[in-house]
Design a protein around this ligand. Sequence first.
Ligand code: NAD
Ligand code: MG
Length: 354
Amino acid sequence: LILLGSTGSIGLNTLAIAERYAIDIELLSAGKNVEVLNGQIARFKPKYVAISDKRLKSKINHTRIFCGEEELLEAIALCKSETVVNAIVGFAGLRSTIRSLELGKKVALANKESLVVAGAFIDTTQITPIDSEHFALSYLVQDKPIKKMSITASGGSFRDYPLEKLGDVTVKEALNHPNWSMGSKITIDSATMTNKLFELLEAKWLFPKVQHFDAFIETQSIMHAVIDFVDGSSTTHLAGADMKLPIAYAIKDAVEEPILPPVDLVALGSLEFRAICEDRYPIWAIKEHILEHPHLGVVVNAANEVAVAQFLDGKIGFLDIGERVLETYDRYRDVKVVSLEDVFALDEEIRKSF
Ligand code: NAD
Ligand code: MG
């Protein structure tokens, strides 16, 4: 296995599953967390190691170290492994997805941003999503006419917070997700509901024959997706809020052993569902438009990555994130994106405009 983003939340869960099934790790790659990476090197003994921050090379305990994005792509090409888990966060993961697919490798994709920004130019037949909702949809899908696919949202850190106080929340409060323990960027994206918008785009590329996609809030993150079939039946997928299940399916051909304990519905008592409202989640205003114009994913993603980083740095407020993304969306509403080159150029242009 090739594991990109090994020191993050998905990376750690992937190593736990790899260890359980004695799957060899050929390449470990991380951004800059040297301490965790060195621990993983000692434990998993990968053939190659990659780090994105070149200044950290001398601190890594390994003899085959690749630094920066270009060298990471070279390292992937050197590997014999057929499967790449891409758990890098953000646009930074796109080139690895593209190169891995070009090399004929299967991609177990946690880096949803790859599909959000460039879904039109990516062959999704070689991709297995590491996202609980898309895993759930794949689990449910049958060869029957589908009316609609729905995915659920937790509602994020502020789903029960007074609306009038949302302008003053702290970074610490925003990072306190009610159900999942994840990296900071996706935790903020959950609080703004941008994560669910991204997942709708992800679903659109992964299930290209389906016409209708939607999302709603299920506050416990036990129900991950629903498929409404044309015949009037609906099926749903229930599982604990733990990424090990999607990861196990993404890196193993067959999963027959228990990965999680089953959901105890009687102990739960009930589930609570809510609609996603634009007053709490302003980004939801563009949902229909972006699903019809999915090439605009790169616009939302670039603006969002910059704004989320600024929020995490304490430079802007929580509500400014959505405002900046929507402003940028309006400015680029009519932009054309007809190639991968356009995706990279537009991403760069939008970042510079901030
Ligand atoms: P994280 O922040 O915990 O980990 C990110 C990893 O990427 C780290 O190993 C980091 O070192 C590495 N990285 C960061 N910048 C890099 C760069 N420029 N080049 C190379 N590596 C870099 O994030 P996470 O929560 O593990 O999420 C990773 C991806 O998976 C995201 O795209 C996220 O949306 C997606 N995802 C996460 C979850 C989850 O439960 N955490 C669920 C579904 C999807
Ligand atoms: Mg998800």
